[in-house]
Design a protein around this ligand. Structure first.
Ligand code: NAD
Length: 345
């Protein structure tokens, strides 16, 4: 019989439940055998739905349990570093949702532990690399058909944020996706970065900056401009355009169908062309998450990880640290990483 990877999930919130459903219903070669959450009832509820074990709030016990071969970390951002380190201490496979940690220093510890083990065991949930749109953009850029990339213009807009959200989380939790995808698209590294506060939206009344504009310059001299809104008042809107020497590539909108009609309930004689804009990140990248977890399971079963590594998680966090440190200074901050270890080359 084919091998089936036995997974334990830490964190049964929005994405934890979604990944659990995905692994149970969609991903071949894997099954969830156990779940845990700081709130025991959250774990119990998910466990009951699938008839699997709940470790309640004993996340550490679940990591150590001999039946659990791989750990998926979908708890809140500040917990990631600790759970990754505990999973590595057991020398188990680990899929950690973004961000890998809250800062570059904590990621360094993870890297050092992987180096000590001598094997990549950690993958970071940078699922955009598995999105068809981004993947096709990268293929075209890498082909060289439209020349070298010069500039990226992007935006990341969310509808709203939950309690406790802070300005710096616009980088560590939100723009961390762009910090990964831009260097991946360009095959380049960051030289320096700067976060700029611009005119604030009336939707921003909860004590955090909104919008923020994030600027990155790369070692090859590319310029990246990402507008980040965490309360945009209308939808979950992700856009990205890469300007190259002889053309551009642009991320497609997820809906392919454009409607041309007279909108319902509209008295005007004027018809309109329209396309829905999503509000839920789970739907916007649903296919990318599916492909990401299928690829992760296949690579684990093959014994060699191929997806975004602890190094990728580290670089994004180091760039995020510099981004946050630059806020209010009107200056670019250098992105200084350690030498890239052989393991990640
Ligand atoms: N890749 C992506 O696009 C993507 C999308 C959404 C969320 N995420 C990441 O996934 C993580 C979870 O996000 P979410 O939207 O599901 O949040 P959520 O708030 O819905 O769920 C988080 C869960 O973690 C639990 N938790 C809190 N502290 C814990 C602890 N110390 N130990 C164990 N569990 C704990 C909470 O009880 C909750 O059930 C975050 O790190 C987020 O950045 C990634």
């Amino acid at each position: 019989m084919d091998k089936v990877l036995k997974i334990g999930i830490i964190g049964c919130g929005a994405i934890g439940k979604d990944h659990c459903r995905r692994i149970m219903d969609t991903v071949p070669g894997a099954t969830v055998v156990a779940v845990s959450d700081y709130v025991p009832a959250a774990a119990d509820e998910t466990a009951a739905k699938y008839g699997i074990r709940s470790f309640g709030s004993d996340c550490d016990g679940m990591i150590k349990d001999p039946e659990v071969e791989a750990v998926v970390i979908t708890s809140i951002d500040p917990t990631h570093h600790d759970y990754v380190m505990k999973t590595l201490a057991e020398k188990k496979w680990c899929f950690c949702e973004k961000p890998l940690s809250l800062n570059g220093k904590d990621c360094e510890e993870i890297i050092n532990k992987e180096l000590e083990i001598g094997k990549r065991l950690v993958q970071v949930g940078f699922m955009r690399r598995y999105d068809r749109g981004y993947a096709e953009m990268k293929r075209i850029i890498d082909s060289g058909e439209i020349g070298a990339p010069l500039v990226i213009k992007a935006c990341h807009r969310n509808v709203s944020q939950g309690p406790g959200f802070k300005t710096e989380n616009g980088v560590t939790n939100v723009a961390i996706h762009e910090l990964d995808i831009c260097r991946w698209l360009l095959g380049d590294e960051y030289e320096d970065v700067q976060c700029v506060k611009v005119r604030q939206s009336a939707n921003s009344t909860k004590g955090y900056d909104n919008p923020q504009v994030m600027l990155m310059r790369t070692k090859k001299g590319c310029f990246i401009d990402v507008e980040v809104q965490v309360a945009d008042g209308y939808g979950y809107d992700i856009q990205c355009e890469v300007v190259c020497e002889n053309g551009t590539v642009k991320l497609p909108d997820p809906y392919a169908v454009v409607r041309r009609s007279r909108p319902a309930g509209w008295d005007s004689l004027n018809p309109a062309e329209s396309m829905p804009i999503m509000t839920d990140w789970k739907e916007r990248f649903i296919e990318a998450y599916d492909i990401e977890l299928c690829a992760w399971v296949q690579s684990v079963l093959a014994g060699k990880l191929t997806g975004p590594s602890a190094w990728d998680g580290y670089v994004a966090c180091v760039a995020g640290d510099a981004m946050n440190a630059s806020r209010g200074t009107s200056q670019f901050r250098k992105v200084e990483t350690m030498e890239k270890p052989e393991l990640y080359k």
